[in-house]
Write a protein that binds this ligand. Structure first.
Ligand code: LLP
Length: 424
């Protein structure tokens, strides 16, 4: 169906047998919609980065934890991380077994570490004190350590997780302390991991960090090196959010070729037969998700045109938190196909915060009350960061299957859910 601004989703048949209007009418808005074919394609692209035996994709569940999506990833051969008992719970609901889950977390209580061990997971620690805590309850067992390679990358200071200015990872200068604690608790170092940050569009920094990590591992005493089972190089692979500006994609061929060469030659040189993992969150799920919202009010305050929607910062936090850009489509249906030249419009939500802005002075055809908006690339860190701020309910989630049909995979919260934990 022709629409005001929908070329991108039209070209992908994103909504399958449906139109955004049908879906909004069937399930209400705000509504997260995921496309199964696009999800599967992203999984395969990630897995295709290297054909090295033992190369695998460890999906980082924090980007989106809906078990319906996790089940598809499992079918595609991905494994998952968990960083909290809640993520572990979701992974298990989706059918992942202990061998398919790595516990990659930080600053955990003894009880949380114990819970991960009780579930049979390999646990990554990212500080000396957590290594001690784990040692006390897992003497003779296995452990993984998260090292900080000293460099970081990311779209915003809040998502850079490598280098001196972050809380993450163990300083490699502490390696000797790590080895003596392993000795003290008779623990085996089964894995090493890192994550330098989220959203890079050039492969260089990631490859450099991978080289640094592999260099550090190569310096481990050989009895330690030979017991390593997994080396996890982290995530951060970016997607182009500026779809309508033709933003270039991350060059996965270049990245894959270099990564494959790096890991296979390193493995050969060091006689390493264990696994190499990459740990993407965003790349796997961002582009398969679109958030539909309704326009309920339009007004001018001074010279600025405001478009009032039901997509508050409680539903999609990224623009308010990081000034993130999400492209926006406008669906009006067949009746009123009157488009104007783009004009600046500020699209806002229904939350009582002046920072509740989805897009500021965005050049778009004039948006009208009654329009449906499609917020693109909302599959990663969309629903997973949603909240009930202002006691608004978290949205429903729908999956468009490979056959084009729509299936509810999470219903909209109900008012009673707001009272679920109250002691009254
Ligand atoms: N591994 C670890 C240990 C992580 O902390 C993260 C993300 C990932 C993997 C996956 O990173 P990705 O491939 O998705 O970039 N809320 C922010 C992103 C925060 C990322 C947190 N850690 C956003 O909406 O941009």
């Amino acid at each position: 169906m022709p629409d005001i601004r929908s070329q991108y989703t039209d070209s992908l048949h994103f909504y399958g047998k449906h139109s955004p209007h049908d879906l909004a009418a069937m399930f209400g808005t705000p509504l997260y919609i995921y496309n199964e074919s696009i999800l599967r394609r992203a999984c395969r692209e990630m897995k295709g980065l290297s054909s090295h035996p033992g190369f695998g994709v460890n999906y980082s569940v924090k980007a989106n934890a809906n078990p319906a999506l996790l089940r598809i990833m499992r079918e595609e051969g991905l494994v998952v991380d968990a960083m909290s008992p809640g993520e572990l719970f979701m992974n298990k609901l989706a059918g992942f077994t202990a061998a398919e889950i790595l516990y990659i977390s930080n600053n955990n209580s003894q009880a949380e570490l114990q819970n991960a061990l009780d579930n049979g997971l390999l646990v990554s620690v990212d500080s000396i004190s957590q290594l001690e805590s784990l040692g006390r309850i897992n003497s003779g067992g296995k452990v993984m350590v998260r090292l900080n390679p000293g460099i970081g990358a990311g779209h915003h200071a809040k998502v850079i997780t490598g280098g001196k200015d972050t809380k993450f990872g163990i300083d490699p200068n502490m390696l000797s302390v790590i080895f003596s604690l392993l000795e003290k608790y008779k623990m085996t170092l089964a894995g090493v991991n890192q994550h330098i940050g989220s959203l890079f569009m050039e492969p260089t920094g990631y490859l450099e960090a991978a080289r640094i990590l592999l260099g550090m591992i190569a310096s481990f005493p050989s009895q330690v090196l030979h017991k390593l089972e997994v080396i996890d190089l982290g995530g951060g692979f970016g997607i182009p959010y500026r779809k309508y500006d033709g933003e270039a994609r991350l060059d996965m061929v270049l990245l894959g070729t270099s990564l494959h060469e790096l890991v296979s030659s390193w493995a050969k040189q060091h006689g390493y037969t264990g696994r190499f993992l990459v740990e993407p969150g965003r790349y796997v799920v961002a582009e398969c998700g679109i958030l539909l919202g309704s326009v309920y009010a339009v007004k001018n305050n001074g010279s600025r045109r405001y478009v009032g929607t039901d997509v508050g910062l409680n539903v999609l936090m990224r623009p308010a938190m990081y000034d993130s850009f999400h492209d926006i489509e406008i669906y009006r249906g067949a009746e009123a196909l009157n488009t104007t030249e783009p004009l600046p419009q500020t699209i806002v939500g229904n939350i009582c915060e002046s920072g509740d802005i989805l897009a500021k002075d965005r050049m778009l055809p004039e948006i009208h009350e009654g329009d449906i908006l499609g917020i693109l690339d909302a599959g990663a860190y969309g629903f997973s960061m949603a909240s009930t701020y202002n006691q608004r309910l978290r949205p429903a989630e729908v999956l468009i299957g490979c056959d084009g049909s729509a299936r509810l995979i999470r219903h909209r919260e109900k008012l009673e859910d707001l009272a679920a934990c109250l002691e009254v």
